[in-house]
Ligand binder design. Structure first.
Ligand code: PLP
Length: 422
């Protein structure tokens, strides 16, 4: 129970608090399911830490070339264990998810090879990497061709279409788990497994790479447990647990990880180089906290789905659905309510709460984007944050919350800002 004077200080009217609190009570079953997943994943993380005898000396730092960074190498072994893979790259030198994905794609693909996406249009920034949207240095510029199999109308994978889209030159199939900036179904790990099985039945040599952004720890298994050769993501999303100040990861088959490593550093250098510059402790502690932070984010998304549906907006997914990522969408249908919503999220932030977010032309995106985030780590979307491309049908994509309590207050503030509950 938040004290009345604190609610007033936060700008949350009593009517809004009551409206939201009543709806929270209806979500007990979902919250219990989410907590059970967090428990299973925390157990998995803990077992990997113990197996690799993580100790304080792993938190020490290296500089320069970063040779023999024991903390870095052990963390990579821990990641490989959690994902059930042969090897891993977990580095602060990978700036973000796009950079990690680009490293994996350029690492695996050569001139004349074909890339096929099995889940429809890839995430905005990847379109530049691939060259669907012309960008200097894209895969297209390096002679890599591209094809795509769209998802079916109901958002599930089109297995026949996937087989039909495989060409003789197809070397790698990309599978995007989360919806990105599209209102679409997020794939379950099971569905990802069915895509991989289908591809491998036709051409076992094709590399199956999963863009795992926003999906990590929302289920008790990961795509690498159902046959993915590579799985890639960002540490300022789920696995950084809100503590990683930077970083990306690539886990998978050893031969492919080696290819990615020489692309990340340089041919001949590979994983041997790469100083950790003091971030090891945050990467370990962030990973340790990640299962519970992801649970807080998923609860916040479920809560928001309930609130905004009851306010009359289209939400995706709905509160009752089982989740496969941390992203929630609300379709506002017009710019004003979308802006108000983003302002509410910003105003509920621990940092920069007094700032008004406005749309801007972000590099890598083809329409102006409004972003609400009062973050400890710049751009970290595991923290409560909302992004919205300013285009029809005015959809807010939001995600995160380091704690459920903050997620709840954030949503109450957003509801208050919308001005509909009197
Ligand atoms: C966030 C995201 C990425 C990468 O984005 P970065 O901002 O570069 O970390 C890629 N794919 C999907 C589906 C994403 O959600």
């Amino acid at each position: 129970m938040i004290q009345q004077e604190i609610l007033t200080a936060l700008g949350i009217p009593a009517a809004v608090y009551d409206f939201c609190h009543t709806r929270e009570l209806a979500l007990k079953e979902q919250f219990e399911r989410i907590d059970a997943i967090a428990e299973a994943n925390l157990a998995k993380v803990l077992a990997a830490f113990q197996k690799h005898r993580v100790s304080e000396n792993h938190f020490e730092t290296t500089t320069g070339y970063g040779y023999n960074d024991l903390g870095r190498d052990t963390l990579e072994a821990v990641y490989a264990d959690i994902f059930g893979t042969e090897d891993a790259i977990v580095r602060p030198q990978l700036i973000c998810g796009t950079h990690a994905l680009s490293t994996a794609l350029f690492g695996c693909l050569r001139h004349g090879d074909g890339l096929m996406y099995a889940t429809g249009e890839p995430y905005d920034t990847l379109q530049g990497v691939i060259g669907i949207r012309p960008e200097m240095g894209s895969l297209a510029e390096h002679g890599v061709t591209y094809t795509q199999a769209d998802l079916k109308a109901d958002g599930t994978p089109d297995l026949e279409g996937i087989v039909a889209a495989i060409r003789p030159e197809t070397k790698l199939v990309g599978i995007q788990r989360s919806k990105g900036y599209l209102v679409r179904h997020t794939l379950s790990v099971e569905e990802i497994g069915s895509i991989i099985k289908t591809v491998k039945a036709v051409r076992p040599d094709i590399i199956c790479m999963v863009d795992n952004c926003y999906g990590e720890f929302t289920e008790v298994i990961e795509p690498t447990n159902v046959g993915a050769d590579l799985c890639v993501g960002s540490l300022i999303k789920n696995l950084g647990g809100g503590l990683a100040p930077i970083g990306g990861y690539i886990v998978g088959r050893r031969d492919l990880i080696e290819r990615c490593a020489v692309r990340m550093t340089a041919p001949g250098l590979g994983k041997e180089q790469g100083p950790t510059l003091g971030v090891n402790r945050s990467l370990y502690q962030g990973l340790f906290q990640s299962p519970t932070v992801v649970a807080a984010a998923v609860k916040t998304a479920v809560f928001a789905a309930k609130l905004f549906k009851d306010l009359g907006y289209e939400v995706y997914p709905e509160a009752e659905e089982v989740r496969h990522d941390i992203v929630q969408t609300v379709t506002f249908g017009a710019p004003e309510p979308l802006e108000k919503f983003c302002q509410g999220i910003q105003a509920a932030s621990p940092v920069d709460s007094y700032v008004t977010p406005v749309a801007w032309d972000m590099p890598g995106y083809d329409s102006p984007v409004i972003m609400a985030a009062g973050n400890f780590i710049s751009g970290a979307t595991i923290e409560l944050s909302a992004d919205a491309p300013m285009r029809e049908p005015y959809v807010a994509y939001f995600q995160g919350a380091l704690t459920w309590e903050h997620g709840k207050i954030g949503m109450m503030k957003a509801v208050a800002q919308m001005g509909q509950v009197k």
